[in-house]
Design a protein around this ligand. Sequence first.
Ligand code: COA
Length: 237
Amino acid sequence: MPYIIEPMDYDDIDAVAGIERQCFSLPWPTSAYRRELRTPNTNRYVVARWVDDPIKAKLAQANGSKSLRQSERSWLTRLLPFLASDKPGAGAANPYPIVGYAGLWLMVDEAHVTTIAVMPSHQGQSVGELLFLSMIDQALEMKAIWLTLEVRVSNTVAQALYRKYGLKEAGRRRRYYSDNGEDAFIMWSEPLQSDEFQRRLTRLRAELEQRMAAKAQQKGAPARAANPAPSQLAEEH
Ligand SMILES: CC(C)(COP(=O)(O)OP(=O)(O)OC[C@H]1O[C@@H](n2cnc3c(N)ncnc32)[C@H](O)[C@@H]1OP(=O)(O)O)[C@@H](O)C(=O)NCCC(=O)NCCS
């Protein structure tokens, strides 16, 4: 059950909004995604798709059209070459369902991860990590020096993912979330080009590639249970 990563497209927004409603108590309106996609120089959004058959996954990579712009192709193929697919031909519906998405904004030399979510039935399958790694790669591609984000103080699952990549709490925004007045931790990476960050990235990327290659040999729906109920993890972003 391999997963592939693609740039988010306008056609993807309805599916993204569906996952958003399952994962967040304060979902963005679809207009916000349309606005984000208008400025790809500073805003990068990706989707993760589930390809339920390894043979189809290979075909998805081999048969893609040339519809992606060269710049999009280059940042995707740098990411995880064996997972980055091309889009199907113009006008063709993409047959592989979207199971997660993530995005960031570049502000001067800081890459701000604005959102990341995985459909509950696909959580715990390394899709969130794959998406987060893609955000790091976008940040590197855009020559950002640091990666930063806000996360609910109660969202220990997401915090564990960010800590795995070396992000640390560097502050707290009081009552940041308007639904329940919860605080946000502000987390920051090490400088992305630092030896420490790069060593960790190389190790984690290799481990993730191994896990994903093993998944690509399997067929069928994910077997592992989802993370805690999305309502417990609800997040403004
Ligand atoms: C946070 C989220 C994106 C993680 O995605 P995921 O696909 O479930 O996570 P992965 O399977 O890729 O796991 C990656 C890491 O996350 C952490 N993690 C995942 N599930 C966890 C759990 N149940 N408990 C603790 N840590 C967990 C671990 O550090 C894990 O690394 P490991 O496998 O080496 O232990 C996902 O849970 C989600 O969509 N949550 C709802 C939306 C949300 O809270 N977004 C974050 C906003 S800041």
